[in-house]
Write a new protein. Structure first.
Length: 463
């Protein structure tokens, strides 16, 4: 009887996995032609999910069928080629397939003894990323959910290291009564840095803000006096313009005073892999810590953030955890490098993506999406619309006139469904932000989207 029950459970699991695979394949086959934003009918159908907690079990196949019926229609088509919002990448095929396999493995990546494969792949991908980005080979790091957590991890490590230099053990004694640390940011600092600073106890408002230029780059001549208890946060790729802070000059000024330089490089840091764009990133390798996302330009899928730190001992001291049942191993243990303990094996998808792309494939992805951004800018300028930024990588900011007109264009473009672009305010001016980040975007996707944007913008301008 027990054997029969076991076989029955295995058969049920196999059936539901086949069903999910079939539904997933159908979703991906249709993604190129479906509207990017879900329809009003699809959104209205979400109410069917708002039911009381079921009193009894449901057939797993029926659960998946309902999830596909209601859920697939209510997704935003970020895996397609016409989504240009929020610097969201797609998901390269190898990463998607690895995600399925990793889910079947259901590994806890906290300790090597829990999952040798998860621990091994983390080591491999961290080494690969440092090599690809030209960062010191001896760096330590960890895989986290996103750039916000990567920034948090690096900033907490910086706090530990700077205070330790002055004889204060923040891990043991906390921050009450600790020597003050000054944090310096640019005027166009990303919100994830401010959130991370708040989580780390620095506060969002207790920062020194440095004036930025018209592209959002920090003005070096406006830097305050730095010291051995200063953290300077710089950007590799402004989220609106794509611009890069002058890292070489900032790092030089910081090193002279013993300050710590942290790089928020959520997407722009990946430009270092391209010979065509690496000149934009000169000097960033001189920093002390870096935060980036593999779910942006490398198209790994969510969630896949990376925190990388030059001082591995400081990272382990600030992130380490101990308990009687956690026997230390002789090799790298993942949970001693990030805030989380139990977590999924994020390194599996990242390894699959990097292995499948290789250096040349990742470089081609970066350069192709940048070329698509240039085409958007060229077409919009040709249509008489104002491109607000120097299009240096994959970000385009465009104004269609006054703020009301620009916001109306954005609303109608999203409603139209041909493509999806978000809104922003750049140095006081309303703008549409076009972020080309997906491996799946083709020249046809760009031309089709450009036609829709310009058609809608012309209609709004003529009203």
């Amino acid at each position: 009887m027990a054997t029969d029950m076991g076989l029955g459970r295995q058969s049920m699991a196999s059936d539901v996995l086949h069903l999910a695979a079939d539904k997933s394949r159908r979703y991906l086959q249709d993604i190129a032609e479906r509207r990017v934003n879900p329809s009003e009918a699809a959104l209205a159908a979400l109410v069917e999910l708002s039911e009381p907690f079921p009193p009894s079990p449901s057939d797993p196949s029926e659960v998946i069928a309902k999830l596909d019926q209601i859920g697939s229609a209510a997704t935003v088509a970020t895996t397609g080629g016409r989504y240009f919002g929020f610097v969201n990448g797609g998901m390269v095929p190898a990463a998607l397939a690895a995600n399925w396999l990793a889910a079947a493995w259901n590994q806890n990546a906290a300790l090597r003894v829990m999952s040798p494969i998860a621990a091994e792949l983390e080591e491999v991908v961290l080494r690969w990323v440092c090599e690809a980005l030209g960062l010191p080979a001896a760096c330590a790091g960890g895989l986290v959910t996103c750039a916000t957590m990567a920034n948090f991890t690096a900033l907490v490590t910086a706090r530990h290291a700077l205070l330790a230099r002055g004889g204060w053990d923040v891990t043991a004694d906390g921050i009450f009564g600790a020597p003050p640390i000054e944090v310096v940011v640019g005027a166009e600092v990303h919100a994830s840095i401010l959130k991370a600073l708040s989580l780390a106890g620095f506060g969002r408002k207790r920062v020194t803000v440095v004036e930025a230029d018209s592209q959002g780059r920090m003005r070096v001549n406006k830097l305050p006096r730095l010291s051995e208890r200063t953290i300077v946060c710089i950007q590799a790729g402004n989220v609106n313009t794509g611009a890069f802070d002058p890292a070489g000059e900032i790092c030089k000024a910081a090193k002279e005073q013993g300050a710590w330089v942290h790089v928020d490089g959520a997407f722009g840091l990946w430009a270092r892999i391209s010979r065509k764009y690496e000149h934009l990133t000169q000097g960033f390798e001189q920093a002390d810590s870096w935060a980036t996302d593999a779910h942006k330009w490398p198209n790994v899928g969510y969630d896949s953030g990376l925190a990388i730190v030059r001082d591995g001992a400081a990272l382990r001291a600030s992130m380490g955890i101990s308990a009687a049942y956690l026997e230390p191993g002789s090799r790298r243990e993942p949970m001693h490098h990030v805030p989380e303990a139990s977590r999924r094996a994020r390194g599996v998808e990242l390894w699959a993506a990097l292995k499948s792309l290789g250096r040349s494939g990742l470089c081609a992805l970066i350069e192709r999406t940048c070329a698509h951004a240039q085409r958007f800018a060229e077409g919009l300028r040709g249509g008489g619309f104002e491109v607000l930024n120097n299009v240096v990588i994959n970000q385009v900011l465009v104004s269609f006139g006054g703020p009301e007109v620009t916001r109306e264009v954005i609303r109608r473009v999203q409603e139209d469904g041909t493509c999806w672009c978000g809104g922003t305010v750049w140095q006081g001016k309303a703008a549409m932000r076009i972020s080309v980040s997906s491996w799946a975007t083709t020249e046809n996707d760009v031309e089709r989207s450009l036609e829709a944007i310009m058609r809608i913008a012309s209609e709004c301008r003529s009203v």
